[in-house]
Design a binder for this molecule. Structure first.
Ligand code: FPP
Length: 244
């Protein structure tokens, strides 16, 4: 990802973010509060993700990137991992069925090698068939790690014969290629860390943390996050307005 200044937001963030990234945290606690198994929290989290994608499309947000399964999430109990895989399959199956209605371009970021052939096939089909939609691109990070992405980018660059490097050239080797960097990172669930998410791409993102758990992070919460973003002054290392 790249082009942090081509969004016209330098010096202020009064516009809508072009690209929102979300760490979908708090599913487990949402379930625990209700005496439900953790997988029920992930089911509610998947519903919240569907709602978020539709809302972003409606608002005119061009890119939504979500952290669905990290390179570290394999450490979770096998039952929970299987539950998340099932939800992903359900989502992809539904996305294939409702593609013409939803009009969302779906991309998957991450190494899919450890996933089942069925899931890999569905990911490939979703990406291929949804290429024609340009309104909103939803990037689902699966078996994704920020450091892993940088190492793989370096490997791809080396395999390409080490072309002359610049930040922009290197961005092209990331999973998202040359899409704009996230303008806004939202992390619900009360934790204040990045957790190995989009380490390269978040360089100049505005960070928004909320105590609301991801399954409860509805349209109103998105509005609050976007309002907070609009109140920020983005300087990209420059001096602020009126301080020059
Ligand atoms: C973090 O919450 C969430 C995950 C590791 C999984 C996210 C997966 C989904 C929302 C479902 C599948 C996604 C799609 C795109 C269909 P946590 O479990 O760590 O919550 P906790 O901190 O409360 O325990």
């Amino acid at each position: 990802m790249s082009d942090r200044t081509d969004n016209g937001l330098a010096g202020g963030a009064s516009q809508l973010p072009r690209h929102i990234a979300v760490i979908m945290d708090g599913n487990g606690r949402w379930a625990k509060k209700r005496g439900l198994p953790r997988t029920a929290g992930h089911t509610a989290g998947a519903d919240s993700f569907r709602r978020a994608a539709r809302y972003c499309r409606k608002l005119g947000v061009e890119y939504l990137t979500v952290y669905a399964f990290s390179t570290e999430n394999w450490k979770r109990p096998a039952e929970e991992v299987a539950g998340i895989m099932k939800l992903l399959e359900q989502y992809l199956r539904q996305a294939l069925r409702d593609m013409e209605k939803e009009k969302i371009r779906i991309c998957i970021f991450g190494d899919l090698a450890p996933f089942s052939p069925e899931l890999r096939q569905m990911c490939a089909e979703c990406m291929e068939r949804s290429k024609i939609y340009s309104g909103c691109q939803v990037n689902i990070c699966l078996n994704y790690g920020g450091r892993d992405e940088i190492v793989r980018a370096a490997e791809r660059w080396a395999a390409d014969g080490c072309p002359a490097l610049s930040e922009d050239v290197f961005s092209g080797y990331m999973w998202g290629g040359h899409i704009p960097d996230p303008d806004l990172l939202i992390r619900p669930g009360g934790e204040m860390r990045i957790s190995n998410f989009l380490l390269w791409e978040l360089a100049y993102a505005e960070l928004y943390f909320s105590d609301v758990l991801w399954p409860d992070f509805d349209e109103k919460e998105f509005d609050k996050a976007i309002a907070a973003y609009r109140g920020r002054e983005r300087r990209f290392g420059d001096v602020g307005e009126g301080k020059a």
